[in-house]
Design a protein around this ligand. Structure first.
Ligand code: PMP
Length: 377
């Protein structure tokens, strides 16, 4: 049996060991064809099969409706921050788009979009914002749906449904008609909780995700978009980023990231073997509950995210005595618990407990938290 340390990286992050082992065994000769997947033409019959199975498995896992395209793109979620407005802001002639700001990633999306049109903030959990009339620590909560102000003629509304750095998650997406914005499609950056829970495609018209958390290695970006939103790109949109071109070419408008798509396809098959998205969601709930309830019961550690908005995937937490941070991290590594350092903008610690991080890893982390507290508390 292969022994590896537990990996709590926020991304690129842990992949299922079975997937890595299968990829290793197929590295030099894929299914007896005498070539590595890296060496194949993307237009050949072998890679066409790999791509088609990846899309079919992803559609099955998420129940993607037939009126949505599934696109495999490049540039990461960061490129989508530009690609989204380039494709969508011209769709209804208003040139407007609205953004919900809940942390670093949604702020980046909002900033980039400002280059392309009239961009407004529909809601925010920043320093100036209030929840029930009361100011809060910024980016530690998600604005209530009834407080969102969406312009009815906006070309789309954008939100980030899991803020990887702040550890804030929001998955109960509203019906846009209930906001007086029935014509406004909801566009969601789901990068860091993609495939960790079901997606309601009756609420979101577009969902995108960089693969390097739950879906595979860095290099491929999954875009799932309602077909009627495709075909409205601004004339300045680069051809390789025009959803219409990518869709018409089956994600082969140019050479796709073939190896990343292949590994993502193996991850999709692994997820099906785990019982699919509902089963992985149940496991993710159990993992998150175990960790948050330990943190909440402790007087040594603290989670600062509002309980209702806590991410199941990314768990930032702090030692109350921050002078112990360096010792905490070096002793964690010695105990086989890797990549627990918090993002530099937040500080403290962060445990990312994605699909490929099992309950056993979370239990090992909790034992370490207890042990460290006993020795230093
Ligand atoms: N959005 C979210 C929610 C993310 O977590 C990340 C990356 N961590 C990005 C966007 C940016 O993704 P990329 O680095 O792949 O461009």
């Amino acid at each position: 049996m292969v022994m590896r340390p537990w990996n709590f990286s926020a991304g690129p992050s842990a992949l299922p060991l079975e997937v890595l082992q299968q990829a290793a065994s197929e590295m030099t000769d894929w299914h007896g064809c005498g070539m590595s997947v890296m060496e194949m033409s993307h237009r050949g019959k072998q890679f066409t099969q790999i791509r088609d199975e990846a899309e079919a498995d992803l559609r099955e896992l998420l129940g993607v409706p037939d009126d949505f395209e599934v696109l495999f793109m490049q540039g990461g979620a960061t490129a989508e921050n530009a690609i989204v407005p380039l494709n969508l802001i011209g769709r209804n002639g208003s040139g407007k788009a609205d953004y919900i700001l809940t942390g670093i990633w949604s702020n980046k999306s909002h900033k980039e979009a400002q280059r392309y049109g009239d961009i407004a903030i529909a809601a925010s959990s920043g320093a100036e914002a209030t929840l029930d009339g009361v100011k809060q620590d910024p980016w530690t909560w998600f604005p209530k749906v009834q407080d969102w102000k969406v312009r009815p003629d906006a070309a789309y509304l954008h939100l980030c449904s899991n803020e990887t750095i702040g550890g804030v998650e929001f998955a109960d997406w509203p019906d846009m008609a209930s906001l007086g914005a029935a014509q406004v499609p909801l566009v969601v950056d789901a990068s860091s909780h993609f495939l960790s829970r079901p997606i309601d495609f009756s609420k979101a018209s577009m969902v995108y995700a960089g693969a390097q958390k739950n879906a595979g290695p860095a290099g491929v970006t999954v875009v799932i978009i309602r077909k009627e939103l495709v075909g409205h790109a601004l004339p300045v949109c680069p051809s390789a980023f025009d959803y219409a071109n990518v869709a018409a070419a089956g994600s082969m408008f140019n050479t796709p990231p073939t190896y990343a798509i292949y590994i993502a396809g193996l991850v999709f098959k692994w997820l099906k073997r785990q019982g699919g998205v509902a089963a992985i969601q149940a496991a993710n709930i159990a993992k998150a509950q175990a960790l948050y309830s330990y943190l909440d019961d402790s007087r040594f550690y603290v989670s600062r995210v509002h309980a209702a908005s806590r991410s199941r995937m990314n768990v930032p937490f702090f030692l109350r005595d921050e002078s112990l941070n360096a010792a905490f991290l070096s002793e964690a590594e010695a105990a086989g618990l890797m990549q627990l350092k918090g993002h530099k903008s937040v500080g403290g610690m962060r445990a990312s407990i994605y699909n490929a991080v099992p309950l056993e890893a979370v239990q090992a982390l909790i034992s370490y938290l207890q042990d460290f507290e006993r020795r230093h508390g």
